[in-house]
Design a protein around this ligand. Structure first.
Ligand SMILES: [Zn+2]
Length: 248
């Protein structure tokens, strides 16, 4: 029998992360010299959950933001009786546009790679090659974390490592599902490479407004089985903090 996947577990309560308190003492990430950033998102919403607060503060400073969407997220409700994958992809693309508007990030430079949702694992070489053509000239690339345990997040992270190295671009990685499956201090997490971005109050509220745009993920599509919310309130709580953590 296959062991249960950690992402399917009940998850770590946000209060445990707050009680642990180590995140508050991580070294501060210096973004002062950054003039352009390319954010790699496995699914529409990951760029906002993982780095949306930093993005809104960078955009306020006039930093150019490129969003590279690996998949369109059409696989979030594979058993939905009401919403087809095509319709989900369309809605999620619109949700991201609305979320970026809440962050004050222009959505004029969103590039969709169109990798099938759930299939980025195994397509790392292709994704890496395409990223290489999109990262050159950027000061910074920020991708999902290659240790995040969600196959698409890991694949996008691995591809970004290769592409950033090939382009000579600095890379940071944001965790998303880690806050759910990991325990504070977990050995699987590279805390020694973790840096924190302290968010302004304004960034925290703009990020909350952006997350609220992802209705296909934070609310059920309908009352029917197969239409359940993907991100429950206990998951969303991890992204309402006054800081974001990235691995350098
Ligand atoms: Zn995701």
């Amino acid at each position: 029998m296959k062991p249960p996947h950690p992402i399917d577990g009940p998850g770590t309560d946000e209060s445990r992360w707050l009680d642990w308190g180590r995140a508050a003492h991580l070294p501060r990430l210096d973004l002062d010299g950054v003039r352009s950033v390319a954010v790699v998102a496995p699914h529409p919403d990951d760029e906002v959950l993982g780095f949306g607060g930093a993005l809104t503060m960078l955009a306020e400073r006039g930093v150019h933001v490129r969003v590279i969407a690996v998949t369109d997220g059409e696989g979030s409700h594979p058993r939905s009786p009401t919403t087809s994958p095509e319709e989900l992809a369309q809605r999620r693309v619109e949700e991201r546009s609305a979320a970026l508007a809440e962050l004050g990030v222009p959505d004029t430079d969103v590039i969709r790679l169109g990798v099938p949702d759930g299939e980025a694992g195994g397509a790392e070489a292709e994704v890496s090659l395409r990223l290489s053509g999109l990262l050159s000239g950027f000061d910074l690339c920020v991708s999902s974390w290659e240790g995040d345990l969600h196959p698409d997040h890991m694949a996008a992270g691995t591809a970004a490592v290769d592409a950033a190295r090939a382009c000579g671009v600095q890379l940071l990685q944001y965790p998303v599902w880690m806050w759910h499956w990991a325990e504070p201090g977990a050995a699987a997490v590279p805390w020694n490479r973790a840096r924190r971005v302290e968010l302004s109050d304004r960034a925290v509220s703009r990020k909350a407004a952006a997350i609220a745009c992802f209705t296909t993920q934070i609310a059920p599509l309908s009352d029917l089985r197969g239409d359940e919310a993907v991100l429950g309130p206990e998951m969303v709580e991890h992204f309402e903090r006054g800081e974001e953590v990235v691995f350098g």
